[in-house]
Design a protein around this ligand. Structure first.
Ligand code: COA
Length: 424
């Protein structure tokens, strides 16, 4: 696969789809699914409650990504213009510094069991730890497939919490969930070990549930943006922007949202639980006071960006089977493991953060964003068919992208059209 696709965005819609069809060896059925959109009405009714319909979101391809020396074209589902352009732009610039590198931990999720009403909490804690093997054995009776694949409950940890409702023992069940997101497997295991934990502790278990703060399932990704490629001013500006985000939670929230623009778009296209990823990312960023997910530093005049965050993603289970678009997105990525998907998503988050900061320290975010938002604004003003492009192009050229300007331009077009028809 070669993701070096200059001008991909200038191709027509059909040509673009055909290019990806060739690259990812998609079938006609798969390209038709991409044209018409994913989950059908009847399937939707099987997925959630009180269904009345489905909704669609555009999927685009981020180009230029090379990660651990392998090229990827990356499907991103998002309603916001400029995010995919931004990711591709950052990846294009990073490519000249060798692209992205990424590593990840084993896919270990944490399940929490809350135990209350214990008389001797220190003794109870010792009992749980002394019987960790039995707890794991009970947990592992639930999921023979996971065990066959090398996953399953691998560890038990404890902590005592002082809370407004008294002392509580919290038991953490560490579960290797392999290529699943893991919520169902972990929750089932936590519920199955609860009676034994009550026996061991003499307490009562309350919550038995996965934690989205998946600190044992993280990804680290890195890229180098060379001074010779992006310029000393951009590097200086990004370092100032990073210092601002480190010092100010108001800025930091928006900074981290910029990473999640890209990460969520990969999660949605691949049918993953983006709420879990969001919760994990922000909780991780807040572990020692809320901080930027991406760190920047200067190395030999070049800018090095590093992102680290929990990445509870799956390529099996969940809606990955029911949502045909999710299956196609995974095929386009050409990946075999959930870890690889997590590494890709982290690189996209890093790319989006870099691109947004680069834009803000140069032209300002609005220039690129509004240029790409112009078509939406033209549609909002009532433009249809080719008028959308004409109005959008004029607004972008004038640097005035607004509904009022689009309405004026549309009226002008309609006047010209009437005069033309009158003359004929
Ligand atoms: N559609 C898709 N990709 C686009 C694009 C478009 N309209 N315009 C640029 N790109 C990508 C392409 O990969 C392009 O490389 P290519 O021409 O070899 O295919 C690469 O960006 C560089 O193109 P260039 O014309 O130099 O980009 P630019 O300097 O005009 O930048 C943006 C345009 C949008 C990419 C840039 O302003 C940006 O990154 N802005 C940040 C937007 C952002 O962060 N938005 C989210 C928060 S609001």
């Amino acid at each position: 696969m070669n993701s070096d696709l200059p001008g991909f965005y200038k191709m027509g819609l059909e040509d673009r789809l055909n290019e990806i069809k060739k690259i990812a060896h998609l079938t006609d059925e798969e390209t038709n699914s991409l044209r018409t959109g994913g989950i059908n009405w009847q399937t939707a009714d099987l997925m959630i409650e009180n269904v009345i319909g489905t909704t669609k979101m555009p999927i685009g391809i981020a180009t230029y990504f090379t990660i651990n020396k392998k090229d990827y074209v990356i499907p991103m589902a998002i309603e916001e213009p400029s995010v995919i352009a931004a990711a591709s732009h950052a990846a294009k610039l990073a490519r000249q510094g060798g692209g992205f590198t990424a590593t990840s931990t084993e896919p270990m999720m944490i399940g929490q069991i809350q135990v209350i009403g214990i008389d001797d909490i220190r003794y109870a804690e010792k009992m749980v730890l002394a019987n960790a093997n039995n707890i794991k054995k009970i947990a592992n009776k639930n999921d023979s497939t996971l065990i066959k694949l090398g996953g399953g409950a691998k560890g038990v940890e404890t902590k005592i919490l002082e809370t407004e409702r008294g002392r509580m023992l919290i038991v953490h069940l560490l579960v290797d969930v392999r290529d699943a997101m893991g919520a169902n497997a972990v929750n089932t295991m936590c519920e199955s070990v609860a009676p034994y934990i009550e026996e061991l502790t003499g307490g009562k278990t309350r919550l038995k549930i996965i934690s989205n703060l998946a600190v044992k399932r993280t990804v680290k990704a890195k890229a180098v943006w060379k001074k010779t490629v992006v310029g000393a001013d951009v590097i200086d500006g990004i370092l100032d922007a990073y210092a601002f985000a480190k010092a100010d939670p108001y800025r930091c929230a928006t900074n981290n949202k910029g990473c999640m623009n890209g990460i969520d778009a990969v999660m949605i296209s691949t049918g993953n639980d983006f709420r879990a990823i969001e919760a994990g990312a922000h909780a991780f960023a807040a572990l020692n006071g809320y901080k930027p997910l991406v760190k920047y530093e200067l190395k030999e005049d070049d800018l090095v960006g590093t992102i680290e965050l929990p990445m509870a993603v799956g390529i099996v289970g969940g809606t990955t089977k029911t949502n045909p678009i999710a299956r196609i997105a995974l095929k386009i990525l050409g990946i075999k493991t959930a870890r690889e998907l997590g590494e890709i998503a982290a690189c996209v988050g890093l790319a989006n953060n870099f691109a947004a900061l680069r834009a803000m320290v140069t032209d300002g975010i609005q220039k690129g964003h509004m240029k790409l938002h112009a078509k939406n604004i033209a549609i909002t003003a009532g433009a249809k068919d080719t008028d959308v492009y004409v109005v959008a192009q004029k607004m972008a050229a004038e640097g005035n992208v607004s509904v009022s300007r689009a309405t004026e331009l549309l009226k002008e077009l309609q006047r010209e059209e009437t005069e033309k028809t009158g003359n004929e």
